[in-house]
Ligand binder design. Structure first.
Ligand code: UDX
Length: 437
């Protein structure tokens, strides 16, 4: 099938490559010429494991091309919209200007029977509004909403073998047509018996924000428990293990630490709250404000723990920060708790040196005032305290005996509760986790 993917960021570039890998004939479109030039050379403009391989193989097969000209989308039967919906400046609502612009730009190139498929995360009600825009265009094209659940770091696997498919479609013949086309797009996943839910626009839009709201709530719940653990002497990691064995609860997303960040969870719960307020039901999701507050408090908590652990004023201290990206296997530093902690400590006058296997370049662009090093050894050397804020395997594998020989004072704040506390203590470190004795 001929497919266009409009927007080639974290979502679109992976989607375009994965669709070509599955045998479709794909054109990826983006207005950012730098991004398109890099993709056309087979180089993803961001770090995503497995993406360079499928990008190169799909391009070599001739099934994947990139362009900055939206006219090149003409002739495709299915047009995916994968542009960003960031938080609006000065508000908690989502900025839909990129989605609106993408839909407007594709209108002149649509033919009867074409399907425009929204993948971006949008406030409920957006798809119905855009379906009307497409209908009024008189092109004979229609709209479907097919939310994307990929996780950064596992995006290729999540796109090729999703754990579920959700189609939000119009009622009647238009919806049936959309379902047939989407079933063709996802033929491989459907043959593999991937659960499929065909529903209305509003449900499809809400599935995505509800899923992210639930995940965010789970993380803030365990972080709240870690605060209680701190004042009661309990161990939140054992608590998570114990409640996680109840399969109604489950152990995943119960890791207490510096909190969630990234391009999705934080802005999605805020946009959800803003949309619910517009709909007159702000009270229904008012708890998400508390989820957000608990989450942001973890960053302050890690900074406060560091200040308290230091044996000298912060403005005279060298602090080694291990981690910048919002989670391992990603170079994404959008709303990253790790980068935020580094910046806050620098703001308090600390001499911060930070390292990360993938996040340095993006961090430097945003915060040139920090000192970065690609070497863990250099980062640790002479440090008055070490703060671990992204649980990369590289950091988990650090030998505490070796590390103790490098720092000035062996103090470690484990902002991800990921290290073996006993081993670090045995090597002479003052170890502090969050909600761990
Ligand atoms: C998320 C959703 O998981 C995905 O389905 C959706 O499509 C986009 O948003 P992603 O942003 O890639 O994906 O990251 P995710 O793996 O969900 O992690 C989000 C944040 O939560 C990270 O900062 C991570 O460190 C943090 N986290 C996760 C915790 O603090 N504790 C946990 O137990 C799990």
């Amino acid at each position: 099938m001929r497919i266009s993917v409009i927007g080639c960021g974290y979502l679109g570039a992976v989607h375009a490559s994965a669709m070509a890998e599955l045998g479709h004939d794909v054109i990826g479109i983006d207005i950012d010429i730098r991004k398109i030039e890099q993709l056309a050379l087979g180089k993803p403009p961001f770090y995503e494991p497995g993406l360079p391989e499928i990008l190169t193989s799909a391009m070599a097969s001739g099934r994947l091309r990139f362009s900055t000209d939206i006219a090149d989308a003409a002739g495709a039967q299915v047009h995916f919209i994968g542009v960003g919906t960031p938080q609006k400046a000065g508000s908690h609502a989502a900025d839909l200007s990129y989605v609106d612009a993408a839909v407007q730009s594709i209108l002149p190139h649509l033919a009867a029977g074409d399907l425009v498929v929204g993948k971006s995360t949008v406030p409920v009600g957006t798809a119905a509004r855009l379906a009307e825009v497409i209908e009024r265009s008189g092109t004979g094209a229609t709209l479907a909403w097919n939310p994307e659940f990929l996780r950064e770091g596992f995006a290729v696997k999540d796109t090729i073998s999703p754990d579920r498919l959700v189609y939000g479609v119009a009622a009647g013949a238009a919806g049936e047509h959309a379902t047939v086309l989407l079933n063709e797009v996802y033929a491989a996943a459907i043959a593999a018996a991937t659960p499929l839910i065909v529903t209305d626009f509003a449900t499809a839009e809400l599935v995505k924000v509800a899923a992210n709201a639930f995940l965010a709530t789970k993380i803030s719940f365990i972080n709240a428990m870690s605060e209680i653990a701190d004042v009661s002497g309990a161990d939140v990691t054992q608590l998570a293990d114990a409640i996680g064995f109840d399969n109604r609860i489950g152990r995943r997303f119960l890791n207490a630490g510096v909190g969630f960040g990234g391009g999705c969870l934080p802005k999605d719960i805020r946009a959800f709250t803003a949309r619910a307020e517009e709909l007159g039901r702000g009270d229904s999701v008012a708890f998400l404000k508390e989820v957000d507050t608990i989450n942001m408090r973890q960053r302050q908590r890690v900074v406060a723990m560091t200040l308290q652990a230091l044996d000298k004023p912060v403005y005279t201290a060298k602090v080694a920060v291990l981690g910048l990206s919002f989670k391992p296997h990603s170079d994404d530093v959008r709303d990253s708790p790790a980068l935020d902690v580094a910046v806050q400590l620098r703001g308090l006058g600390a001499d911060v040196m930070a390292t990360d296997p993938q996040g340095i370049e993006n961090s430097r662009l945003r915060h040139p005032q920090l000192t970065y090093s690609t070497s863990v050894e250099e980062t640790l050397r002479g440090a008055d305290a070490v703060v671990l804020v992204t649980e990369w395997a590289e950091f988990k594998q650090i030998d505490p005996v070796w590390a103790a020989t490098l720092v000035r004072v062996p103090i470690i704040i484990d902002g991800r509760n990921t290290l073996d506390a006993a081993a670090w203590r045995a090597a002479g470190w003052t170890y502090q986790g969050l909600g761990r004795p």
